[in-house]
Design a binder for this molecule. Structure first.
Ligand code: PLP
Length: 435
């Protein structure tokens, strides 16, 4: 394979920064996937972003499809967000007391969303999901939860659990430091498997507080589930008095204003959001009916708190973002643009008989070096195909296109990607696929 049709970009300054950062942080980073362990080269240190572009420390410019892992649906450095944040910051950063801005963001969310009546803001998706699980346990008085192999829900102890062998298993911890006893309260099954789901409820009938699923699983490739399966899941939860949690930290406000719940037309009991609702600043949120949320402290007995929860600066970024998203035609335009982009990439690859498939929903896409038309479980992904992603990633960096540095990660088209830049990105992708 000719892997070097373009010279490698200069990474001198990034490499020097990385040498320094390795002295300060484990692996030189503050979140593991940033370390570029799954792709070639040292991590790129980013100095700025604007619209759909980012620039690294060596002044290389990229069309960015990582979008800070999803939040930047309006692109980088959006004027409305920057101005709102700057305006709010004039009056101080945080008070640890309520502000009108929290009401304003809550109104934007609740008034336009069928699935939540009351909400609680947190400072990250991890916190939101961790708290949603506690709420489900407090509400039902049960301890066990069910999660799916291939879904990521942040890094709280109960959720850093993967499947053992067998159809229905007590989870095995997927991180050192998670007590075995915690993992034993988490049951892990495969996605899209009705038999496993039925068996789990037969076996643990009155013990399951909640089943948690990513609205559309997007952390282990893009594993789009059949609507019928999610309906089955909804029904079995209702029958057994178990709460259904949709973790919409990625899909919330991404596939539409009401996320995957509206995409499927299925009502979860608790929803978690993050990423986009913070417009690039740290925000998470969980919400449910007023009745369920009534169990949260100080109204109810489930404790959850946060020094910076609902802080004015993050609220400002969220308000500016959701105001743009609520404009008529926003999602229609974005999704149409994204679909045209990915369809032409698929057409190119198919015409050349490449073993390459783009899975996509709305403005989310996943490049897979696989020749299956449907991928719905983590097991369906051949780890060996990631070698091809590594080459694609390097060749795209060399051609000015930035994807998240792992073949298991999805990419995002933002409103800031114009047709011209998508055309340029497409040409780069065609060339990189030809390598
Ligand atoms: N849930 C899902 C579906 C996610 O994709 C993520 C992060 O990628 C999280 C939860 C955790 O969110 P955070 O990284 O903000 O803690």
């Amino acid at each position: 394979v000719n892997t070097h049709t373009k010279p490698d970009i200069s990474r001198e300054k990034s490499a020097a920064l990385y040498e320094k950062s390795k002295k300060y942080f484990p692996g030189g980073v503050n979140s593991p996937v940033r370390a570029f362990k799954s792709v070639y080269g040292t991590p790129l240190f980013i100095q700025k972003g604007d619209g759909c572009f980012i620039w690294d420390a060596d002044d290389n410019q990229f069309i960015d499809f990582c979008a800070s892992w999803g939040p930047l649906i309006l692109g980088h450095n959006h004027a409305k967000i920057r101005e709102k944040v700057a305006e709010v910051m004039q009056n101080g950063m945080s008070f640890g007391a309520p502000t009108a801005l929290e009401n304003e963001l809550a109104e934007l969310i609740i008034k336009n969303n069928r699935f939540v009546e009351k909400i609680r803001f947190t400072s990250s998706g991890t916190e939101a999901v961790m708290s949603a699980i506690r709420l489900a346990r407090g509400y039902t008085g049960r301890d066990k939860i069910v999660k799916f192999e291939g879904c990521y829900h942040g890094h709280s102890d109960s959720l850093l659990v993967k499947a053992g062998s067998g159809l229905v298993t007590f989870g095995e911890t997927s991180s050192a430091g998670v007590p075995k006893a915690f993992a034993e309260e988490t049951i892990v099954i495969g996605l899209n498997d009705k038999t496993a789901l039925t068996q789990v409820f037969e076996q643990f009938k009155d013990q399951i507080a909640a089943v948690i699923i990513e609205g559309i699983p997007a952390n282990n490739g893009l594993l789009i589930q059949d609507k019928e399966y999610i309906e089955f899941l909804r029904e079995i939860c209702s029958t057994n008095g178990t709460l259904l949690i949709f973790d919409e930290v990625i899909t919330g406000f991404r596939v539409g204003f009401e996320g995957a719940a509206a995409y499927y037309g299925i009502t979860p009991d608790i929803v978690t959001y993050g990423k986009i609702i913070g417009g690039g600043l740290p925000v998470g949120m969980y919400g449910a009916s007023a009745e369920i949320m009534g169990h949260i402290s100080p109204d109810g007995g489930v404790y959850q708190a946060g020094t910076l929860s609902g802080n004015p600066v993050a609220m400002a970024a969220g308000i500016a973002t959701l105001t743009e998203l609520s404009k008529s035609g926003f999602y229609k335009d974005l999704n149409a643009k994204a679909q045209e982009f990915v369809e032409s990439i698929q057409r190119f690859a198919s015409a050349r008989n490449y073993k390459f498939k783009v899975f996509t929903v709305g403005s989310v896409f996943w490049f897979a070096f696989i020749d299956k038309d449907k991928i719905q479980t983590a097991e369906d992904i051949d780890p060996a195909s990631m070698e091809k992603f590594k080459v694609l990633h390097r060749e795209l960096l060399n051609r000015g296109v930035y994807l998240g540095p792992s073949g298991y990660e999805v990419g995002f088209v933002s409103a800031a990607h114009s047709k011209i830049e998508l055309e340029k990105a497409k040409r780069a992708i065609f060339e990189a696929l030809d390598v």
